[in-house]
Design a protein around this ligand. Structure first.
Ligand SMILES: [Zn+2]
Length: 436
């Protein structure tokens, strides 16, 4: 117990200097033996006074509940730096000491620091650039999925592939980082529901509907010129959302245009996520989520995983861990703690907040939340991972319900825009030749 609880009670009883002395002595003993006793119970306000106590509590929390981050772009850096040659990649070394990582402003991730940061689950982004749309986007995406799986295999002492809420908890229970795959950008589908289904079969568990380009069926925030200009999703885009519901794949709205967000929120039967976005009211980047959408997201049961890029946190090159906490406080005040997670976007950003420089620093963010004196342990657990687990479970439940209801796969449209471009065989025009 007890040291903490006693201290808490003494503080509550307030006042007399004798009491304070007792309290200080007890705390000193706690510190002397290297710990200050168990953390406060789940619903208890965490009135922890020192940074050390706060970090101690956070570490306890993150050992009980996996900290699940929504977005990490390491796989794209492995493509960039090493052409996906994993033999040349030492993920278990401190990459701050290893070129070319040591020289890059875009590198913030390795196993040493993931462990320090107590990361329990990570969505690894299978991202390929928009420039590959209508070209080889599907192939490049498959190569990124393959890369992530090979990475997990190579470091199976530390990482474990996960494709469900149950598997995340299993991996965490074994002390491995639950490793999930998210595809960032609808252009990776080649406008094909068959590709979507195949990606699901390969273990992909979220699709970000767009990256920085429009797809033929969804609008991106990066090319949005008139917010109210028509719908965000075409009929095919709505089919993508429905098929994702049927499969049990998370729908990610980071990077999408507001019209796309609204359409997806209207169509989806399952909760949606923003895997790496923050609050628009604090920094008015189109990558952040405006209040009206946040409110709809709460009605939908979904989740915004607050992101750390300085330009989305403070709309400028400088930010700090407390600025990230401000986004979390704001969203909590608006829609409640049940709809918040974290999506650092490490390895996809080149400006990180002071105090949140790399994947080793997550505990600092949670300690910062505790510092406000308004957060209890259950709140921390929700933001760390319980909210994401709840959303994923709900997505799995919708999938099961649709299966029970006998909903069958949606058929592709015969004239997919990706198969009639100059760089694709128009399969519908192929005539059967005489067979030998
Ligand atoms: Zn992104």
């Amino acid at each position: 117990m007890e040291v903490y609880l006693l201290h808490y009670l003494l503080l509550q009883s307030g006042g007399q200097s004798g009491v304070w002395t007792v309290s200080v002595i007890i705390l000193s003993i706690g510190t002397w033996v290297g710990r200050v006793g168990p953390r406060p119970a789940d619903g208890e306000l965490a009135l922890l006074t020192s940074p050390r106590e706060r970090l101690e509590t956070v570490r306890q929390v993150l050992s009980e509940v996996p900290l699940i981050d929504g977005h990490n772009d390491l796989p794209w850096n492995i493509r960039n730096f090493l052409h996906n040659q994993l033999a040349e990649f030492d993920f278990d070394r401190d990459l701050r000491q290893v070129a070319p990582w040591s020289k890059s402003a875009w590198s913030q991730t390795d196993l040493v620091r993931l462990r320090q940061g107590m990361v329990g689950g990570q969505f690894w982004a299978a991202y390929v650039p928009c420039e590959s749309q209508y070209l080889n986007a599907v192939q490049l995406t498959l190569e990124q999925v393959d890369l992530i799986k090979r990475l997990i295999e190579k470091y199976s002492q530390h990482m474990q592939f996960a494709a469900s809420s149950r598997e995340i908890l299993e991996a965490h229970g074994r002390g491995r980082i639950a490793s999930l795959i998210g595809v960032e950008g609808g252009h990776s589908l080649g406008s094909s529901l068959a590709v979507l289904r195949t990606l699901y079969q390969l273990g992909v568990r979220y699709l970000t509907l767009t990256h920085t380009c429009n797809t033929p069926w969804a609008k991106s925030s990066s090319v949005e010129d008139d917010d109210e200009d028509g719908g965000g999703l075409t009929t095919f885009g709505e089919m993508v959302v429905k098929e994702m519901n049927r499969l049990g794949m998370l729908i990610d709205l980071s990077h999408t245009a507001r019209a796309t967000m609204r359409d997806a929120l209207r169509i989806s039967k399952a909760p949606l996520i923003f895997s790496h976005s923050s609050a628009f009211a604090i920094c008015n980047s189109s990558r952040n989520v405006p209040d009206d959408i946040l409110k709809q997201l709460a009605d939908n049961g979904g989740l915004v995983m607050v992101t750390f890029y300085n330009y989305f946190v403070k709309c400028g090159p400088q930010a700090s861990v407390s600025d990230v906490a401000e986004h979390i406080y704001y969203i909590r005040n608006l829609i409640g703690v049940d709809h918040i997670g974290v999506g650092g976007d490490f390895d996809g950003i080149n400006k990180t907040p002071r105090g949140l420089e790399d994947v080793s620093k997550y505990p600092e963010l949670f300690a910062e939340l505790l510092r406000s004196g308004k957060w209890n342990v259950l709140d921390l657990k929700k933001v760390a991972g319980l909210n994401l687990l709840r959303v994923l479970k709900q997505v799995e439940r919708v999938r099961d319900d649709l299966r029970t209801a006998g909903i069958t796969p949606l058929e592709d449209l015969p004239d997919s825009p990706d198969t009639i471009g100059n760089c694709a065989l128009d399969i519908n025009s192929v005539q059967r030749v005489t067979e030998v």
